[in-house]
Design a protein around this ligand. Structure first.
Ligand code: ADP
Ligand code: ZN
Length: 529
């Protein structure tokens, strides 16, 4: 008997038990598996950790031939193949990282019908040689992993994915299953259209992760805040801390180690071996904190990550959801914590302004950022906002910061007008300043700079003395989040008006604001941030 046919025609649940040793399918897995085994197409949207892989791996074993998996995550292919091999599943991959000998061996195994699963990078699949190769063997199904990469609207667009429409044209009888953990209505529709899966079985699992407590707080002294989180709530726990830059990864890891918290850095600038070693230790040891850029985490399956902390603002809700989703896969209470401040907004807007790509691309990035900022500034349930973003209506959750301690709101319209008016006044003098100086003027502080520039003479000097500095920063942050105010990307973070500002100045746009927690005096000068 040809080895590849070991499981052909068998009951999927039996295969699941025999190969993986699991009791049974979870949630929608059984329905998807049966549908694909029967030759149907499927579009599967399930959050990270829900078990998407089995949805195509089991059918690949049950159907005759090899399951061909298209995945952009080349770096993970070896791991995936190793993990499958350990289960006795014959898997291989074809990608640019491999030498000619290894490639030929894999191709021969495929042609001999000795592969259950074959992983391919999308750019590999569409070349003529690969198409010819697949034509000469037997393909059980095509699985298109990370299918949101086909969406131009999405946060992770890859042009090679557009060519996957070829699958339907070339092999109309081979079932296709597309999988993603991104579930906005927009993305789902785009996947269905571009991959010609309009008639496919569509399965949208709930994106709720009820055991994760979402918390977002204003950034004050981020390291001290992180330390407090770990010491008071997650002492000895395993966690991930995300930072934007390699530099801050290094520094934060060193800081934690200095505080006797076992922490390791992870970013793309580290030597490959160091990176692998750190990742292996994180998976193996208890209670390690991985301080990382978002390069870390794809394909990491560690069930007991108790907290995910963000020291910088994620670029999109999709990214935030994906990263926080690495917490609490075992279902036990876990924390998703984010500290976010004015400097984050300024920095992200600057990154967008200076990014490559056309205006449409920048508009998309802006829309993604705005959705993330709205989640940060919301005065209603975070989970509700998050799930609504993914097209799933829900009730307030009772397990997020806004549910547990409802934020006080106040009518910030007049404060916003004072602030915008100060910006107008300065602008009329041909001058532009950053947040620090504008707030000093509002609060009537006679700093050397205010005095020297003669800004004590401004009509708005001191008209905001009744509002604390922290509160003013909150006003600015929330105005920026709603694009009622903008920062220049000139390196000085100077403030300027937007189209929306006029409405606030006229009193036509009310500005309800989140009350800022009273803050301890910041030890670090966070002037423009
Ligand atoms: P996803 O790709 O959706 O992020 P995975 O396919 O990596 O999720 O699965 C996440 C984890 O859940 C894996 O460790 C997997 O083995 C496990 N898992 C998935 N389905 C089942 C199941 N039916 N029974 C037990 N464990 C499962
Ligand atoms: Zn809530």
């Amino acid at each position: 008997v040809r080895a590849a046919a070991r499981f052909a025609g068998r009951d999927p649940v039996e295969v699941l038990r025999e190969v993986w040793g699991y009791e049974g399918f979870r949630g929608d897995q059984a329905a998807v598996v049966q549908h694909v085994v029967d030759g149907g197409d499927a579009l599967v949207l399930m959050p990270t950790g829900a078990g998407k892989s089995l949805c195509y791996q089991v059918p690949a074993l049950v159907r005759p031939g090899t399951g061909v998996v298209v995945s952009p995550l080349i770096a993970l292919m070896q791991d995936q193949v190793d993990a499958l091999s350990a289960l006795g599943v014959r898997a291989g991959f074809l990608n640019s990282s491999q030498d000619a000998g290894a490639r030929r061996a894999t191709e021969e195994a495929f042609l001999a019908g000795e592969l259950d699963l074959l992983y391919l990078a999308p750019e590999r699949l569409v070349v003529r040689e690969t198409v010819a190769l697949l034509d000469r063997g037997t393909v059980a199904l095509f699985a298109i992993d990370e299918a949101h990469c086909v969406s131009q609207w999405g946060h992770d667009f890859r042009p090679e994915y557009l060519q996957l429409a070829l699958l339907e044209e070339r092999w109309p009888d081979v079932p296709r299953i597309a999988l993603t953990a991104t579930a906005t209505e927009h993305t789902r529709a785009e996947i269905a259209t571009r991959l010609q899966l309009e008639d496919a079985l569509q399965v949208v699992a709930s994106f709720d992760r009820p055991n994760i407590r979402y918390r977002i707080e204003p950034k004050d002294n981020p390291r001290a805040q992180l330390l407090r989180l770990i010491r008071t709530e997650h002492d000895g726990d395993c966690g991930i801390v995300y930072c934007l830059s390699r530099n801050s990864v290094e520094q934060t890891a060193a800081f934690l180690v200095g505080e006797d918290i076992p922490a390791l850095p992870y970013h793309a600038g580290l030597d490959r071996r160091v990176r692998q070693e750190n990742q292996a230790r994180f998976l193996r040891e208890d209670g390690l904190v991985m301080v990382a850029t978002i390069a870390f985490g794809m394909g990491i399956d560690k069930p007991d990550v108790r907290f995910v902390a963000h020291l910088d603002l994620p670029k999109s809700v999709e990214g935030y959801y994906q990263e926080t989703g690495r917490a609490g896969r075992d279902g036990l209470p876990s924390t998703a914590w984010l500290a976010y401040g004015l400097a984050d907004v300024v920095q992200q807007r600057r990154l967008i302004d200076t990014s490559d790509g056309d205006a449409a691309h920048r508009r998309r990035l802006t829309a993604h950022l705005d959705a993330m900022l709205a989640l940060c500034e919301t005065v209603t349930c975070r989970r509700q906002g998050l799930l609504a973003y993914f097209g799933q209506p829900s009730e307030p959750c009772g397990n997020c910061d806004t549910c547990l301690t409802p934020p006080q709101t106040w009518d910030g319209t007049v404060a916003a007008q004072k602030l915008l008016f100060t910006v107008v006044r300065l602008d009329q003098r041909g001058q532009r300043y950053g947040v620090g100086h504008v707030v000093d003027v509002l609060r009537g502080k006679t700093t050397p700079r205010v005095t020297q520039l003669g800004h004590t003479a401004l009509s708005t000097f001191g008209i905001g003395a009744d509002t604390s500095e922290a509160e003013w920063r909150g006003v600015v942050r929330q105005l920026l989040a709603r694009e009622l105010l903008a920062v220049d990307t000139d390196g000085y973070g100077t403030l300027r008006l937007t189209e929306g500002s006029a409405g606030v100045l006229r009193g036509a746009t009310p500005v309800p604001l989140r009350r800022e927690e009273p803050r301890r005096p910041s030890s670090r000068g966070d002037r423009r941030g």
